[in-house]
Design a protein around this ligand. Structure first.
Ligand code: DX5
Ligand code: ZN
Length: 222
């Protein structure tokens, strides 16, 4: 890998207790999370609703870790500036969210935050061939976006293809996988070339006293 050999864990706060969201963010920070993965859903691009930029702004004070904002919204462009202002470090938009992906990625980059692109399970990896120079992160969805707790779709060949495309650029681009990640599927996606693992259920399932050990086992440290 040209990216750091360290496996980074990005707990998805979709599985957190929303009634104490700030405390949950602090707890995963202290438990060793590398990125805080923030799933924004609009009830239109995906069949579920979560929260918007004001919530991101309010939890920004709970952690200094990388705020990794996964936008499952369409249209994307009108809300990018709000998430930047709220404190996002990475903003990821979906290939499928609109007809002008290149414009969306340029908009994200122009704001000085890291720029990610995400692909739904059915979307061929070739769809991002012409934007490779613009991205800092590629997010391969291994579930259909919208909900936590779904089963992993084994798109290992797609992950390997993405890794090859990243290597060909010679740049440091994160290869992130999201959906159904547990210690078993984590091993498979790491072997295929992923270096950032998103996990909701597998981190949050047993309460705060277990967050650190769950994060460790996803990293393959135990
Ligand atoms: C799904 C979200 C994921 C989700 C993962 O649309 O993008 O980040 O929270 O949840 P688990 O790890 O439970 O599959
Ligand atoms: Zn996500």
């Amino acid at each position: 890998m040209t990216t750091s050999d360290k496996i980074l864990i990005a707990p998805s706060i979709l599985s957190a207790d929303f009634s104490i969201l700030g405390q949950e963010v602090t707890a995963i920070d202290e438990a060793g999370a590398d990125y805080i993965h923030i799933d924004v859903m609009d009830g239109h691009f995906v069949p579920n609703l979560t929260f918007g930029a004001p919530v991101v702004k309010s939890i920004r004070k709970c952690s200094k870790k990388v705020f990794d904002v996964h936008l499952m919204i369409s249209p994307v462009d009108p809300l990018i500036d709000d998430f930047v202002a709220a404190g996002a470090d990475i903003i990821t938009a979906h290939v499928e969210a609109g007809p002008h992906l290149h414009r969306t990625l340029q908009h994200i980059k122009s704001k000085g935050v890291k720029c990610g692109v995400s692909l739904n399970p059915h979307t061929p990896i070739e769809s991002i061939k012409h934007v490779m120079d613009d991205v800092d992160l590629i997010l391969i969805m291994t579930v259909n976006p919208g909900f936590g707790g779904q089963s992993f779709i084994p798109l290992l060949d797609k992950i390997a293809d993405a890794r090859e495309m990243i290597e060909a650029t010679g740049r440091n681009i994160d290869l992130q996988v999201d959906g159904g990640i547990n210690p078993e599927t984590a091993k498979q996606v790491i072997k295929a070339g992923a270096n950032v693992l998103v996990a909701g259920t597998a981190v949050f399932k047993d309460g705060p006293e277990h967050y650190a050990s769950h994060i460790k086992s996803l990293r393959g440290d135990s």
